[in-house]
Write a protein that binds this ligand. Structure first.
Ligand SMILES: Nc1ncnc2c1ncn2[C@@H]1O[C@H](COP(=O)(O)OP(=O)(O)OP(=O)(O)O)[C@@H](O)[C@H]1O
Ligand SMILES: [Mg+2]
Length: 425
């Protein structure tokens, strides 16, 4: 039997995902519900997605032949990370494959130097920045002089980022002089032809994330803007909707994310990470640096994003299902929240070594907790799963989600005085 392929007359039903991490894993449930087939290019048989997706050929995202083979037996190719070389994706598009998002869109999530330049061209509010390398000169390298000049302009402190390959805060550091970055500036293997981007250190009051899905048909739907808290540069806690954000700002920030999705011709889920410059619970100063919306763009991700995990338990349609629908050209689902508040807390590796065991106490203590484990081995700080709690009282919802996290990760119950003694944070 030959399966139908995507064409103008029918919805796509065979989706290939490059990358076998937890994001691909969390597409598996929705794919089964929608009746679409999922194939995942994983690096190792025990990758998070390869454990649950039967069709998981092994191969590297850097191997054009492996990526092409996946594209050839699926209707549409998408991703669980943004590290596939653009030349591979361009060749596939030329050969008639649907790649979502395509290479032209994805480059703005792959490369922070390109992203900053494009946001500037679109007039999107963002921190002052400098690309430490002349992008038009093939022999150029980032130099200490360029960094020191930028530090002089922004008052002596900057956030320095590698333009490509960073994730979870890797490739991001605060510097006060070019000496602080001497190792990066001297590192040929790190830099090669890669620029560094220096950004002004933004005095934000909190971080926000706007999540929008845009289908290959152009249909768009946004979830409520959420508040994110990072720990060691990694997303840790997400509250949706963002507390104290007025309806006007909610709508304005969603419109900004939708405008970016449209201008960049993104297909699938787009996450726009933002800095909020307004005092929490107050309106921004319209004359202030970030204008009436009071936000500046940090970075873009074009795939389901940690800031959207709350949608699995707190929205009509979750981001993983929506991503599949969007890349396959299906109608998008409603994004309305199903509870007044949802709090998601990541499970980052701690002292517990078997989370299936440690989770038993958390689930028994609070049957309202929703648990999501990624099947990964425990390493300190590694993203191993998340928990979500929904409800009507934000303080209570947050306390319950945090308690579950403590129990699963470190076996500590904040409500039990016997164990709080051991707590160190
Ligand atoms: N210009 C800035 N000013 C102040 N803080 C910043 C700035 N840029 C980044 N940060 C802080 O560092 C964190 C990580 O930065 P960024 O999102 O650019 O890195 P990343 O490694 O791509 O992260 P991730 O994959 O976790 O989203 C941000 O969430 C923010 O807390
Ligand atoms: Mg980020």
């Amino acid at each position: 039997m030959t399966e139908p392929t995507a064409d103008a007359t029918g919805p796509a039903r065979r989706i290939g995902v490059v990358g076998g991490g937890q994001l691909a894993r969390m597409m598996a449930g929705p794919a089964a519900e929608l009746g679409v087939s999922l194939a995942v290019l994983a690096e190792k048989p025990d990758d998070a997605a390869a454990q649950v997706v039967p069709d998981a050929p092994l191969g590297s995202h850097l191997d054009a032949a492996a990526v092409t083979a996946l594209a050839e037996r699926t209707d549409v190719l998408t991703f669980d990370h943004e590290h596939v070389p653009p030349e591979t994706l361009r060749a596939l598009a030329r050969a008639g494959h649907i790649v979502a998002p395509d290479a032209d869109a994805l480059q703005y999530a792959q490369d922070k130097a390109w992203m900053r330049g494009r946001m500037a061209a679109l007039g999107v509010p963002q921190p002052r920045f400098s690309v430490l390398m002349d992008l038009t000169d093939p022999d150029a390298r980032p130099t200490a002089g360029e960094l020191d000049a930028f530090l002089g302009q922004v008052g002596g402190e900057a956030v320095l980022k590698t333009s490509r390959g960073g994730y979870d805060g890797k490739g991001v550091r605060v510097v006060r002089s070019s000496e602080d970055a001497a190792d990066w500036l001297a590192d040929d293997t790190l830099l090669g032809d890669m620029p560094l981007v220096a950004e002004e250190k933004v005095p934000f009051t909190r971080e926000l994330a706007a999540l929008v899905a845009r289908s290959t048909t152009g249909e768009m739907r946004s979830w409520p803007v959420a508040e994110t808290v990072q720990k060691f540069g990694t997303c840790f806690e997400v509250t949706a909707p963002a507390p104290g954000l007025s309806a006007e700002r909610q709508a304005g920030i969603q419109a900004l994310a939708e405008r970016i999705a449209e201008e960049l011709d993104v297909t699938g889920v787009l996450a726009v990470e933002l800095f909020d410059l307004a005092p929490v619970g107050e309106e921004p100063d319209p004359e202030g640096r970030a204008g009436a919306l009071g936000v500046e763009v940090n970075e873009l991700a074009m795939r389901p994003h940690n800031s959207g995990h709350w949608t699995q338990d707190g929205a009509v349609t979750d981001q993983f299902e929506q991503h599949l629908r969007a890349v396959a050209g299906w109608p998008l689902g409603a994004t309305a929240p199903t509870a007044p508040w949802t709090v998601m807390v990541n499970l980052l590796g701690g002292s517990e070594t078997d989370l299936v065991v440690s989770a038993q106490r958390a689930l028994a203590a609070d049957p309202g907790v929703r648990l999501h484990l990624y099947g990964k081995s425990v390493r300190p700080g590694r993203k191993l799963g998340h928990v979500t709690v929904t409800g009507t009282d934000l303080d209570e919802v947050r306390a319950r989600a945090r308690r579950a996290e403590r129990l699963v990760v470190d076996g500590i119950d904040p409500e039990d005085p016997q164990t709080t003694v051991q707590e160190d944070r």
